[in-house]
Design a protein around this ligand. Structure first.
Ligand SMILES: Cc1cc2nc3c(=O)[nH]c(=O)nc-3n(C[C@H](O)[C@H](O)[C@H](O)COP(=O)(O)OP(=O)(O)OC[C@H]3O[C@@H](n4cnc5c(N)ncnc54)[C@H](O)[C@@H]3O)c2cc1C
Length: 593
């Protein structure tokens, strides 16, 4: 109010001094409004001011008014702004500054992403390093590899990196698949030296001839679609394929969940089952079958998919297609006595109770023996130990039971005597060198290094290998330099030149010793996370020497922030955050692509 009256006054008296005064007073009053409203001194000042006709305002009055104001201010010391408001003001300022900072960082990283620098041309005198695969292992290696040290060639049938932990969310349209894909061309274009990429599958590796045979299996083929790529050094990071354990009918009738295509197929099949169940005159038994999804495999992938699907039903399907309400059902089948065997007992119990609340049936100790297009035949172990065959009808079957060795890896293993006892993949030593070879390394799910087949292991192995290969290149450069210095020293004409060369030799040897000190690979487990539906997640996080087990909605927020921060690029992060917001606002899309 005080500020308002002063503003009117300043309009009536456009003299510069009054204008200054009024603006000053407004500024001070605006921060002291509570005080001025209560002060009798100021209110009397205001009434006396009002009594003076504005046109007659003399310089004396102006000075008087100013001195009154000063008196008032000096008479009662300005109270300090209340702590509460100070806190709010600082919070606001901090929020604002953080917002500006984050926008700046985002703008810079987008600019950096879109404007790669010029690259160095490959040096033909350097060794050829061939990397197979564009998954967790290979891309982590590429990220840290100094590509100017080698002629690097990447070969993979997939020209992108896939952030697999968020793949189950793509099956229900919570996240769009492109949001978790990073084009390999983007990654390679940001390397210092040019890296060649061939979109092809490695069909055979001849470790003796040092050649990889590759084949272009894409729909469009040129005149040449099979060729060979020679290498000096080879890194195998081809991952694994889906394990079916030789069970009849699995490959033909079920959907896997490993690649983008699988997630898209599941997304289509969910809606296909729902719409087919709603077809006119469909028999009740058939409706029940079509709306029954069976997930085989109680590991994190199976559990996460079951949770995501039930969420989809609860949040969207049920709303838009209420007729399916009574018959929609998800069953999780697991051969072991419980789901999520890598988690602690309390988190397993928590997951099972959450599934119960969500009406997801868990069938443990149930081993699938045969799959047809409409049902699975399973052997169920009853609590008394007796076994029984059961037929479980399904509309959609998702198979998430683990890994099997890829044919190219199996073929290589069969040719190396040192690999004859290995069953689950390429046996490697502590430096990830494939046993029985000198110049071939393996990372990720295709390597057997006594760790679980996870993205965490694969990416740590990739990073380790990058350091190892960088060190090897540096060591080679130093060794060449040592040879040169040795010649210089031998041909030195004076004692002084010889001593200088010897000094340099000593320095090179010191550097070489340091570089060669690189230790063996050591995996550091950061913890396990899994989404279990109903906006809940479970986490077993390594903390100091122990473990923290937690489950619930807060863990779900942690799960989200952890995966968001782990996404490959800023672009992925923004897209995933955008997808989550979109699903929150508009729900998931129930149209069939
Ligand atoms: C749905 C799902 C969710 C998961 N969630 C998690 C999780 O939350 N946390 C976690 O730690 N792990 C998780 N994993 C496991 C993790 O994804 C794997 O352990 C990891 O991808 C292994 O990395 P990799 O590099 O060995 O293989 P991949 O990442 O599978 O990459 C293999 C690469 O090799 C290429 N390739 C295949 N065949 C050939 C060939 N013949 N020649 C050349 N290239 C070839 C492929 O195209 C691909 O680019 C999940 C897996 C899935 C499927």
């Amino acid at each position: 109010m005080a500020a308002g009256s002063l503003a009117i006054r300043s309009r009536a008296l456009p003299s510069p001094s009054i204008m200054q005064l009024s603006s000053l007073s407004r500024r001070s009053l605006s921060t002291r409004s509570q005080f001025s409203a209560r002060s009798p001194l100021l209110s009397s000042t205001r009434s006396s001011c009002r009594a003076i006709p504005r046109q007659q305002s003399s310089p004396f009055q102006r000075v008087a008014r100013r001195s009154y104001a000063d008196d008032a201010a000096s008479a009662t010391p300005a109270p300090k702004p209340k702590k509460r408001f100070r806190f709010l003001r600082w919070t606001w300022r901090l929020t604002w500054l953080t917002g500006v900072g984050l926008t700046g960082v985002l703008a810079y990283s987008i600019f950096h992403l879109r404007h790669p620098a010029e690259q160095m041309e490959p040096d033909p005198s350097k060794k050829t390093l061939v990397i197979l695969g564009t998954g967790w292992g290979s891309v982590s290696l590429l990220k840290k590899l100094d590509t100017e040290n080698y002629n690097v060639i990447v070969i993979s049938p997939r020209n992108y990196f896939l952030f697999t932990p968020l793949l189950p969310s793509c099956t229900t349209g919570m996240i769009e698949h492109r949001s978790i894909m990073e084009p390999i061309r983007n990654i390679l274009r940001h390397k210092k030296a040019t890296v060649k990429f061939y979109e092809a599958e490695a069909t055979k590796i001849d470790h003796e001839k040092r050649v990889v045979y590759i084949s272009d299996d894409s729909e469009v083929k040129g005149e040449i679609s099979h060729t060979e790529v020679p290498f000096d050094m080879l890194v195998i990071g081809v991952g694994a394929e889906n394990a079916t354990f030789g069970i009849e009918g699995v490959r033909e009738n079920s959907c896997f969940l490993k690649e983008v295509d699988d997630a898209q197929k599941i997304r289509k099949s969910i809606m296909d089952c729902v719409e087919t169940a709603m077809f006119k005159d469909q028999a009740p038994e058939e409706v029940k079958r079509l709306l029954h999804t069976v997930v085989v495999g109680g590991g994190p992938t199976g559990v996460e998919f079951a949770g995501e699907l039930q969420d989809f039903f609860n949040a969207d399907l049920k709303k838009w297609i209420p007729d399916i309400k009574e018959n929609f059902h998800v069953t999780l089948v697991e051969a072991l006595p419980n789901v999520l065997p890598m988690f602690s007992k309390q988190l397993i119990d928590y997951t099972e109770s959450t599934f119960k609340e969500e009406s997801i049936t868990i069938r443990t100790k149930t081993m699938v023996k045969k799959v047809t297009d409409k049902h699975i035949e399973a052997e169920v172990t009853r609590p008394d130990g007796t076994k029984e065959r059961e037929i479980i009808p399904y509309g959609l079957l998702v198979w998430a039971t683990g890994n099997a060795v890829r044919p190219v890896v199996r073929d290589l293993m069969s040719k190396i005597p040192a690999q004859k006892n290995s069953r689950r993949g390429l046996a490697v030593n502590e430096y990830l060198v494939v046993n029985g070879t000198e110049n071939i390394w393996a990372v990720g799910d295709c390597a057997v290094a006594n760790y679980a087949p996870t993205a965490q292991v694969a990416s740590q192995e990739g990073t380790f290998l990058a350091h190892l290969l960088n060190s090897m290149a540096k060591a080679e450069t130093i060794e060449n330099e040592l040879k040169r210095l040795s010649d210089v020293q031998a041909q030195a004409k004076s004692e002084e030149d010889r001593n200088a060369a010897l000094g340099e030799i000593r320095e090179c040897q010191r550097q070489l010793r340091r570089i060669k000190q690189i230790g063996p690979f050591q995996y550091s487990h950061q913890g396990s996370l899994a989404y279990i539906g109903k906006e809940r997640a479970v986490a077993d996080i390594s903390w100091w020497a122990g473990n923290i087990a937690s489950g619930g909605t807060l863990t779900y927020l942690f799960w989200r922030s952890a995966y968001l921060s782990m996404c490959f690029s800023t672009r992925n992060r923004v897209l995933v955050a955008f997808d989550w917001t979109k699903a929150l606002l508009f729900g998931r899309d129930v149209s069939r692509e």
